[in-house]
Design a binder for this molecule. Structure first.
Ligand SMILES: O=C(O)CCC(=O)C(=O)O
Ligand SMILES: [Fe+2]
Length: 305
């Protein structure tokens, strides 16, 4: 196994080559991979076997897999995989600051809108587009370290309120001039359930990574609607400052090639997807590595901001 930095100058991420099914049987290799994942936040695996079986076996090295709560994404025959597909006839079409694109997803960590946030994900492409559709990663340990002292003091002990919403009705979309021109079939199916099946939740704005003692700025911009216990204007203004800060931090952009998979620590890293062509198909497949960091709590719809 050959390990290198993901990109010169970035405070996170490694890339690994030379990993096949046989290496996954070796306990020392698996222990080293887990250590790299926690220490560096993201692992880009290059030159790997493209089979779904390998994606699932590699994912299992990092923990038990769990079914994704959004059933609309499940892959037939592979309960451990979800499919994130965008097609000309059925994907999201968005207007972002005046430009029409498909695929775009803003900075988020997965499942911040439920109480139990999954530990990680392992993602690969099965069909890429001719431009755009890059998956980006940002580090919330680095983001915490870069916070001005004034904001570090302000966020300590606060909780962020999250709620699953259809993209264009989120606080994030309203603030960033995002219009949903057409919602995907998946989003349309989800629209019927957002007011009954996904009450708001609270997560601490800062928590400590257990394995290393480093502080994580636990703010996921996409579904963050406010600060628990603060008036909407005050909480919203603080959230905006935090999101602006996050968006100014160093990030990695990955243009997808063949035989690659990316693993991230979802309790630490944010990810995002850049917009792409509306007339091309893009398909990604991901596993959900389970777990519970233990700091989330479920609120009621009456607590919504
Ligand atoms: O489509 C992508 O590149 C990533 C999508 C995403 O947010 C995820 O897999 O959790
Ligand atoms: Fe995601």
């Amino acid at each position: 196994m050959d390990v290198e930095k993901l990109e010169a100058g970035l405070p996170f991420g490694v890339q690994v080559r030379g990993l096949g099914p046989a290496e996954l049987e070796d306990d020392a290799t698996v222990a080293e991979l887990r250590e790299l994942w926690i220490r560096h936040g993201v692992i880009l695996f290059r030159e790997v076997d493209d089979a779904p079986e390998f994606q699932i076996a590699l994912s299992r090295c990092f923990g038990a897999l769990e079914p994704h709560p959004v059933q609309e994404l499940w892959v037939d025959g592979y309960p451990d995989l979800i499919s994130l597909a965008s097609r000309p006839e059925s994907g999201n079409i968005l207007e972002i600051e005046g430009k029409t694109v498909a695929n775009w997803i803003p900075w988020h960590s997965d499942l911040s809108y439920v109480q139990k946030i999954n530990r990680g994900g392992l993602l690969r492409v099965t069909q890429a587009t001719s431009w755009g559709g890059e998956t980006c990663f940002g580090d919330q340990i680095d983001a915490y370290d870069r916070l001005p002292q004034r904001l570090k003091a302000r966020v300590e002990g606060l909780e962020i309120l999250y709620q699953l919403k259809i993209l264009d009705t989120t606080r994030y979309a309203r603030r960033h001039d995002v219009k949903l021109l057409r919602a995907s079939h998946t989003l349309e199916a989800l629209r019927k359930r957002v007011d009954t099946d996904f009450p708001p939740v609270a997560h601490p704005a800062v928590y400590v990574q257990k394995e290393t003692g480093r502080k994580v700025l636990n703010v996921s911009p996409l579904f963050a609607e406010g600060i628990v216990g603060m008036r909407p204007e005050e909480g919203g203004a603080l959230l905006d400052e935090l999101v602006d800060h996050i968006e100014s931090c160093p990030a990695y952009r990955h243009a997808w090639g063949e035989s690659e998979m990316i693993l991230w620590d979802n309790w630490r890293m944010l990810h995002a997807v850049t917009g792409g062509p509306i007339d091309e198909v893009r398909i990604m497949r991901r596993t959900t590595i389970g777990g519970d960091y233990g700091y989330g709590r479920t609120l009621t719809y009456a607590d919504a901001i």
